[in-house]
Design a protein around this ligand. Structure first.
Ligand SMILES: Nc1ncnc2c1ncn2[C@@H]1O[C@H](COP(=O)(O)OP(=O)(O)OP(=O)(O)O)[C@@H](O)[C@H]1O
Length: 302
């Protein structure tokens, strides 16, 4: 299968500042892809290159076999900038129909398209409301609807959940998950944990250097649990190691333990929770596998 997007030896400098350093990656059609990294890591630079707003200093980038920004990609790729705004004075359907017209649709088709994309984000009933009368979360959904006009194959959302409360942020993630049959989404965020469950491929940028991670566990025989405890307890690693099947336990961060094990046929999660109960350890969460944060930081420490 040909990749939707291929970046090879991609670098971008702003004067003396190297914002992207020899980045290589491929994005295939399918589940959403996360582009994560701390402030200043180079996420917006990579988005801007993908959109064709800026040109690379070195290397090549191809989207659906074309250079970013080329006319052949019109209607096939869309991007929602972090600070995308709606005009507070106009009805939602009018604004979306206006953007559909900018994409070349006629008056009638653009109205139908506005309602179609509003329906996709579950907001058809507010079509006649003004943007200024909507909540922040609803406005964000409308801007995502705007990004879906014309049925693009690739949709890039820059910090789609920034500034949203946890409930609205979750709604946006669920929306992206529901829509991933229609398009391949690329979502940028500085918050790794929020995209961990949604995306199967994670591009992690730090100081312009890219590393790639899969959120699904790889096929090795070793399996992992991550146990997060509420308090500090004595000798947790040594004590957990006495459970049958567990080969190694290490503290990945404060009150958090990665447990490596070989399956024995008995459900280890139940054994672990029973063990916590017997030792009076209060646990916060038991995650099946490494948390993605662990995968990334462990790899970087090696
Ligand atoms: N136009 C520019 N001129 C000079 N330096 C720039 C320019 N744009 C970005 N940079 C620098 O390049 C680096 C990467 O910036 P970029 O905006 O791509 O990071 P980011 O990961 O999107 O950060 P944030 O999460 O804060 O938006 C930063 O050090 C930034 O200061």
């Amino acid at each position: 299968m040909r990749a939707l997007i291929t970046g090879s030896g991609l670098s971008k400098s702003y004067g003396a500042k190297l914002a992207l350093n020899n980045v290589n990656f491929e994005i295939n059609k399918g589940a959403p892809v996360a582009l994560v990294g701390p402030n200043g890591a180079g996420k917006t630079t990579l988005f801007s290159l993908l959109c064709g707003y800026i040109a690379p200093s070195k290397g090549s980038l191809e989207i659906l076999g074309h250079k970013p920004g080329s006319a052949a990609l019109f209607n096939k790729v869309s991007a929602l900038p972090q600070d995308a705004q709606l005009d507070p004075r106009f009805n939602i359907d009018k604004q979306l129909a206006f953007y559909a017209k900018l994409q070349g649709m006629g008056a009638k088709q653009s109205q139908t398209e506005a309602l179609r994309v509003l329906d996709l984000v579950g907001l058809k009933e507010i079509a006649k409301q003004r943007a200024g009368d909507l909540s922040h979360g609803m406005r964000k959904r409308v801007t995502i609807a705007q990004a879906l006009i014309g049925e693009p194959q690739i949709v890039m959302l820059d910090e789609a959940t920034a500034g949203l409360d946890p409930i609205h942020a979750r709604e946006v993630r669920e929306l992206v998950s529901d829509l991933s049959e229609q398009a391949t989404f690329i979502l940028s965020s500085h918050d790794l944990t929020e995209l961990e469950r949604l995306c199967s491929q994670v591009l992690h940028l730090d100081k312009g250097v890219l590393s790639e991670h899969q959120t699904k566990e790889n096929k090795s025989d070793t399996h992992f649990y991550t146990l997060m405890l509420n308090e500090n307890y004595q000798n947790v690693e040594q004590q957990l190691q006495s459970i049958a099947g567990i080969s190694r336990v290490y503290m990945s961060q404060h009150k958090e333990f990665v447990i490596e094990y070989q399956p024995t046929g008995e459900p280890l999660d139940i054994a672990l929770l029973n063990f916590c109960h017997q030792h009076n350890w209060q646990y916060r969460q038991l995650v099946n596998g490494h948390t993605l944060e662990n995968q990334i930081f462990k790899q970087e420490k090696l």
